[in-house]
Design a binder for this molecule. Structure first.
Ligand SMILES: Nc1ncnc2c1ncn2[C@@H]1O[C@H](COP(=O)(O)OP(=O)(O)OP(=O)(O)O)[C@@H](O)[C@H]1O
Ligand SMILES: [Mg+2]
Length: 578
């Protein structure tokens, strides 16, 4: 990443974070308070020693002792305040970022998802924002406090004695080297443990999700081997952290003590000569020990800055993606349901047309069956009617209105879509059907289910409508899921119905149930049924055969059968199989 582009990213991030002004003001106040409070105790100690203890003057000593105590309490108070409000501020920034990313995912059009995997998006929204918060909020603010303390300590020391200060500072480079070298090794080892843990979770996740496939291909021992390999690596990574921690902290303490030795040796010599007081030497000993923490923190920040900037870049890449779903346009209340494809061409990938000049007229309230080989472009036609995508060229008209002029939201409200794969959300079956129409009540759901004859089937589930869909996901067959999807569609009381039939075959009883429910949903509505089981085509007013992105045949089922063309061949081959 170029230096100026990371700087620009950082500037933008800080600019956005600054919107939480009040919390930030408290954070800054507590950082300043904390830095000042760290400086006070050694200074007070020096006064106590020089003016009271060594001067044998105990008259005001209690007051000084109490002041010392007060400064310790203040140090504790500000440190607590600082930790807490940095967290508050960080969580607010984190929440904003995550909310914006999540909203982006919801509002993006399908092109957005083309080159992003689910895992990658989840990781950006959950992990990358976490890293940014740790480093660029907590880390940066903490380091700001540390720098402030360091500067404060150096100023306080300079005020006490310039020569002693310069000699004491000679130990600083050593601390920097230890913090940079050994601390760096420790931090890198720690990052590695996190990667190993993520690897373990993904192995476990894959074993659970793919358990059937693993069993079917007898891969249990391979997966187990993979798991123990990752486990071993994880242990190694943790042990490495332990070794570096064991090396690092004592080393840091020793270098810190070295600076104390320097102060005692040189300061003692100066005190012996009478150039400084004993109190000053004691104060220096205390200041010298206060270098360690801030130096370590600032270097730690520097170390993790690179990875945090990379995380920030991944976050902004999502936020700046321009594939946003456009909801503007004309609102439609009700549609008569006429649909017209006018020389529609469409490509998902540039230069690879999937639909090649489709012309199709669907009059209101007619039932059209779309059939064709796998990959012919049937689902793509449904995607265009739903306006998940717009044609690359050509037009789709709804009641004569160009689809591009109609607001996507209002159009989709009028279409009941039963996709090829039913997605059930976590929650109950009831909630899963209700989501189709926020205005509907539970009674509506039951009425609709009765209408489709799926009520009895749902009642037979362990907890009826309250059966959890996650659990039911495993419990339900493809056909049964499709029944729920059909109920969802009917609850919207749509003007247009699109049914993308699932390919997998279901038992004859469920098939009857699905077919009856489909027919009931289609009644009196413009219906497009993408049929894999061709039996249902006999209920259609018109059959459309799609092949390689083109409509190759069109007509009533009887006509097409009599014609003995594409449809006839598809039909007889399927009926022959059955
Ligand atoms: N999101 C996508 N990005 C790129 N290409 C796609 C995408 N979706 C589908 N395709 C391609 O478009 C072509 C038509 O796919 P489509 O899903 O419309 O076929 P289909 O007729 O519905 O097939 P099936 O009967 O198997 O459901 C296929 O070659 C497919 O590989
Ligand atoms: Mg399909």
């Amino acid at each position: 990443m170029a230096a100026n582009s990371s700087l620009a990213l950082l500037k933008r991030f800080i600019g956005e974070a600054l919107s939480h002004k009040r919390t930030l003001a408290i954070v800054v106040a507590s950082i300043v308070g904390s830095a000042l409070a760290t400086l006070a105790p050694p200074y007070i100690l020096r006064i106590a020693i020089d003016r009271y203890i060594l001067a044998n003057n105990y008259s005001g000593f209690l007051a000084v002792a109490l002041l010392y105590l007060a400064s310790l309490v203040a140090q504790w108070f500000f440190a607590t305040l600082q930790t807490f409000y940095i967290e508050v501020f960080g969580q607010k920034v984190l929440r904003d970022l995550r909310a914006r990313l999540h909203e982006k995912v919801l509002l993006s059009n399908l092109d957005f998802f083309k080159d992003k995997s689910t895992g990658d998006l989840v990781s950006r929204i959950v992990n990358d924002t976490g890293i940014v918060n740790d480093v660029l909020v907590s880390g940066l603010l903490g380091s700001l406090g540390s720098l402030l303390s360091l500067i404060g300590i150096i100023i306080a020391m300079l005020l006490l004695d310039v020569k002693l200060t310069l000699v004491t500072l000679t130990s600083v480079p050593l601390m920097v080297i230890v913090a940079y070298y050994f601390g760096g090794k420790m931090r890198r080892a720690y990052r590695e443990t996190r990667q190993k843990i993520a690897r373990i979770s993904s192995v476990v996740e894959e074993s659970v999700a793919g358990v059937e496939t693993i069993r079917a291909f007898g891969r249990e021992s391979d997966v187990e081997r993979e798991f123990s390999k990752v486990s071993r690596e994880t242990i190694k990574a943790y042990l490495r952290v332990a070794v570096y921690m064991g090396l690092f902290w004592p080393l840091m303490n020793i270098t810190s003590l070295l600076s104390v030795i320097v102060v005692i040796a040189y300061g003692g010599y100066l005190a012996y000569q009478g150039a400084v007081s004993v109190g000053v030497v004691v104060a220096f000993i205390q200041y010298a020990q206060r270098f360690r923490g801030p130096i370590n923190e600032v270097i730690g920040l520097y170390d993790s800055l690179q990875s945090a900037l990379a995380a920030l870049e991944r976050i902004y890449e999502v936020l700046d993606d321009e594939n946003v779903e456009d909801y503007s346009g004309r609102e439609v209340e009700r549609l008569k349901g006429e649909i017209k494809f006018e020389d529609v061409w469409f490509e998902y990938e540039n230069g690879v047309p999937v639909l090649k000049g489709v012309n199709l007229h669907i009059p209101p309230a007619t039932k059209v069956a779309v059939v064709g080989k796998t990959g012919a472009g049937k689902t793509t036609m449904a995607n265009l009617i739903m306006r998940f995508y717009d044609p690359t060229s050509g037009k789709l008209r709804y009641d004569g209105i160009d689809g591009r002029e109609i607001s996507r939201k209002s159009l989709r409200k009028r279409i009941g879509y039963v996709p090829q794969e039913t997605y059930l959300f976590p929650g109950t079956i009831m909630e899963n059907i209700l989501m189709a129409n926020p205005e509907a009540s539970e009674e509506d759901v039951i009425r609709v289910c009765k209408q489709l004859s799926v009520h009895e089937f749902i009642e037979r589930l362990p907890q009826g409508y309250n059966t959890s869909a996650g659990e039911a996901g495993k419990l339900l067959s493809v056909g049964e899921r499709q029944l729920i999807s059909l109920a969802r569609a009917l609850l919207k009381d749509p003007d247009i119905v699109i049914l993308d039939e699932a390919l997998s075959s279901v038992d004859p009883k469920t098939e009857r149930l699905v077919q009856d429910a489909m027919l009931r949903l289609m009644e009196g509505r413009t219906s497009i049924i993408i049929a894999h089981r061709l039996g249902i085509t006999r209920f259609a007013d018109k059959v459309v055969v799609v092949d390689d992105g083109r409509i190759v045949e069109e007509g009533s089922p009887e006509e097409l059968l009599a014609k003995k063309g594409y449809f006839y061949r598809l039909y007889t081959s399927q009926m022959g199989e059955a």
